[in-house]
Design a protein around this ligand. Structure first.
Ligand code: 26Y
Length: 822
């Protein structure tokens, strides 16, 4: 026991100091007395990189020696966050690096803050991809992540007079020590143009004459597994102008035009689209999708052919491709195109390969997030792929659908990949289901709804295809690295290899009633709160007390996630306190972190409202500091790592049926926060694991929401009959929170009344308020709270992303682990 933490670092502090100094002088061109914290961070990262690269080389040799089957995880988003701390922990270099730096007069914690977040994702979907890469490497599974090397990740959020302002994120303005450019593996990607049909042999041949060719240059980021495991790669494609197409223009005096072409080509990987869940159907986004899918498919085919040449029989045995939502669905017709057009494979054989290779993860049921592209746009950008999609659709409708439902034209229309209407559309979800052998949802209730509500006919047609893989999170980043105090306490009581076998946390259940352990556990929580108090003050100037209950809602801003339900309840508390200064409540700090999509006006208004309400409440001396509200700016992975260890309460209050899974809910519970939540997404499974006594479940269930919709929901029923609801909504509409600007917050009330309250905020308000009363009461009983907090940490083993990955391996990928030879 305690083996992992006792494991010796692969280097002494002294030797490491030498490496850091060498990089400071040799690669940074500076020296100890002059170096900035940035330069120290870089030098340290380069020193660590020597160990990373050694692991990478060993792993790659192993994979090629055994000709391993691998999964290729295609995702538009990888929300990696910072890498130094993670890599130090996974390599068991953290303590020795701290010591080495101390000897050089540097503090590791300070240097870690120098690293910009790698924010190449919006939220849950992107962070899930990052957690999965950590697990795949840790489990020694051959895997490559494929994505886009965005020059600008998710925007930086500032507040100006309480309103969200976006600034571009410049994560690699000064280069990034973790990435390696691989120009030798660059690919060409074609776009636009037209398709010619050549009648030469027995079957007519289609030839795509592209209008443009773009170069895709790969940047590799090593993904370090935990505890001496493999080092896999995340390969991110950057778009460049091809260096041969513009010489004619150039030589004819078109130097400036040639630059314009270059700028256009480089636009493709310029910026991450900041929308999650609302598909705007923009041409550039389709081009981004195709760009990285085409480059990735070409790379996968190149790797295969290096070992197998033109013998395709092993291809489906060695290649699995996972589609992270429908965003990379264009990879399906792209692989068809490559096999048929470039390698002369028969249609049937190519299709057989595709269906064995692809699988698709669905992350949402929200209709506005289901991707559709107009046929017109497809025809313009990807004419050959449109042909192929028509062929796929024709085969599917005339063979499979007609066999199952003979002569049923309504069913054909319903299941067709092409949606008929005044503008014809390509349905990417349908394409993904038809082209994959497995389709999974991301939590049990979500997968059930995928089967019953989203794709019921597909489920009838292929009863084995739709399945569930409940999401998970990596305990290395989300407990060991972000909460070192709790990790150290856990190490004292159970085997130190819990970061690999998270079920071992169950060993803490026996300590849940132990007064000394309770005390130690809550002392850790309090120290984490003290750290966060300082950070809150640094970021906002607001002073809060670590003795208050810390109530945390951190996630993208969305109506369905209902930050405004939380806000209405805060207003109710404030009103109760003003009505009765003796109103009995535990002092509470409500903490928010959330970015709104720049074009999502109501979401931005909710941020504005939270900030304005916070301003008024935080400066109201009448309520004796019992209530504080703070929205921290620029919520991102590195800020989550500071907030989660300090949370007492985890707000997971989406309308039932709307949050596919949630993963923040898992991180917070793992760090000892108690969930207040609806029976939605993974909350259901969290409550099952922790036990109902250790969570605060409230509100309408999925079935009750459906029934309410069926009989007709009228939010005025609640506005008219619940005095408190009416009072807080009217209050928001006054100028109390925005002096001199009455109506500045009117859009919220408007959406909840005239707008019909699509997310049932008012219907759930009373139940939520009652559940919050229970939170308050439990917190007064320190022992009961400590017990529940411990039980939450102890029972979250299921939500290890290693378990999710094992489920993918067993049900979908069928991979074998290959520990590296060294
Ligand atoms: C189509 C485009 C606008 C789009 C871009 C990003 C659509 C959706 C997204 C991102 C979706 C997302 O992050 N979904 C979340 O995935 C998590 C991981 O499975 C879930 O836990 C979470 O419930 C879900 O909202």
């Amino acid at each position: 026991t305690k083996a992992a933490s006792a494991r010796k670092a692969p280097v002494t502090a002294k030797a490491l100091q030498g490496k850091i100094i060498q990089h400071l002088r040799g690669t940074q061109g500076t020296y100890e007395e002059k170096a900035t914290p940035q330069a120290w961070w870089r030098a340290t990262s380069f020193a660590v990189n020597e160990f990373v690269m050694a692991g990478l080389t060993d792993t790659q040799k192993t994979h090629s020696r055994y000709d391993t089957r691998a999964v290729n995880y295609l995702s538009m988003e990888f929300l990696m966050g910072r890498l130094l701390s993670n890599n130090l922990h996974n390599l068991h270099l953290f303590d020795v690096t701290r010591a080495a730096l101390e000897g050089l007069g540097q503090n590791l914690d300070d240097l870690l803050e120098e690293e910009p977040d790698m924010a190449l994702g919006n939220g849950g979907l992107g962070r899930l991809a990052a957690c999965f890469l950590d697990s795949l490497a840790t489990m020694n599974l051959p895997a490559v992540g494929y994505g886009i090397h965005y020059e600008h990740g998710l925007f930086e959020q500032h507040f100006r007079d309480g309103r969200q302002i976006e600034r571009p994120d410049a994560w690699r303005e000064y280069g990034n020590p973790w990435e390696v450019c691989r120009p030798e593996s660059a690919q060409q990607v074609k776009l636009y143009g037209y398709v010619e049909t050549r009648y030469e042999g027995a079957t007519p041949k289609k030839v795509w004459h592209a209008g443009r060719t773009i170069k895709a240059v790969p940047w590799d980021i090593p993904i370090v597994g935990y505890d001496g495991a493999n080092v896999n790669i995340l390969r991110l494609w950057e778009s460049r102008a091809t260096n041969f197409f513009d010489w004619d223009v150039f030589n004819a005096g078109g130097y400036v035009d040639a630059q314009a072409e270059q700028a256009q080509a480089e636009t493709i990987s310029k910026v991450l689209y900041p929308n999650d869940e609302t598909d705007a159907g923009k041409e550039l986004r389709l081009i981004q999708q195709y760009f990285f899918c085409a480059a990735s498919v070409a790379d996968i085919v190149r790797r295969y052919r290096r070992a197998h040449g033109d013998d395709w029989t092993s291809f489906p045995k060695l290649v699995a491709i996972q589609l992270n939502d429908t965003h990379p669905a264009i990879a399906i017709p792209e692989l068809m195109r490559v096999l048929i057009d470039d390698y002369d494979m028969a249609w049937k054989d190519a299709w057989g390969i595709c269906q064995q290779v692809f699988s698709y993860t669905n992350h949402t049921l929200l209709p506005e997030a289901l991707e559709k592209w107009t046929v017109r746009l497809f025809e313009k950008v990807l004419p050959r792929h449109l042909d192929i999609i028509y062929d796929i659709n024709h085969q599917f409708l005339t063979q499979q659908v007609d066999a199952q439902w003979p002569g049923d034209d309504a069913m054909k229309q319903h299941l067709s990949i092409i949606e008929e209407g005044h503008e014809r559309m390509v349905r990417m979800g349908h394409l993904s289901v038809v082209g994959s052998h497995k389709v999974n949802g991301v939590a049990q209730v979500h997968s059930d709804l995928v089967r019953t509500d989203l794709f019921p006919e597909f489920h009838e047609l292929w009863p084995e295809k739709l399945t569930n893989v409940t999401n998970g999170i990596t305990p290395r980043r989300w407990l060991k690295a972000c909460n070192p105090r709790l990790a150290a306490l856990i190490d004292q009581h159970i085997d130190a290899d819990w970061p690999l076998h998270l079920d071992k946390l169950k060993g803490l259940i026996a300590k849940a009633d132990d007064a000394k352990f309770q005390q130690a556990f809550m002392a850790v929580k309090r120290e984490n709160k003290v750290d966060l108090v300082a950070e809150i003050h640094r970021l906002t100037g607001i002073e809060v007390s670590p003795d208050a209950l810390f109530d945390v809602q951190i996630k993208r801003l969305h109506e369905y996630k209902r930050q405004h339900l939380n806000l209405l309840h805060i207003l109710a508390l404030y009103r109760r306190l003003l009505d009765n200064p003796e109103y009995n409540m535990v002092p509470r700090v409500f903490l928010f972190g959330a970015k709104a999509a720049p074009g999502y006006h109501l979401a931005k208004d909710i941020i504005f409202a939270i900030n304005k309400v916070a301003e008024r409440i935080n400066n109201d001396s009448r309520i004796g500091g019992k209530l504080k509200v703070v929205m921290l700016p620029n919520y991102r992975v590195s800020l989550a790592e500071k907030m989660i260890p300090a949370a007492d309460v985890s707000e997971q209050i989406s309308t039932a049926g709307k949050e596919a899974s949630g993963t923040g809910n898992m991180k917070l519970a793992l760090n000892g926060a108690l969930t207040i939540g609806t029976l939605d997404g993974a909350n259901i499974e969290i409550a099952e694991e922790a036990g109902a006594d250790h969570c605060f479940i409230f509100g309408l269930t999925v079935d009750e929401v459906k029934a309410l919709n069926a009989r007709g929901y009228n939010p005025y029923d609640f506005y008219d009959h619940d005095e408190e609801i009416r009072a807080v909504l009217d209050w928001l509409d006054s100028d109390y929170f925005t002096p001199g600007q009455p109506g500045a917050l009117a859009s919220i009330k408007h959406s909840l009344l005239q707008g019909g309250d699509p997310y049932k905020v008012l219907a759930d308000f009373r139940a939520y308020s009652d559940a919050q009363r229970n939170v308050d009461e439990k917190y007064r009983d320190g022992t009961a709270w400590a017990r529940s907090a411990i039980i939450n940490t102890a029972t979250m083993g299921k939500f290890n992303s290693d378990r999710s990955i094992q489920d993918y391996v067993d049900r979908i990928w069928h991979l074998k682990a290959y520990p590296r030879d060294n």
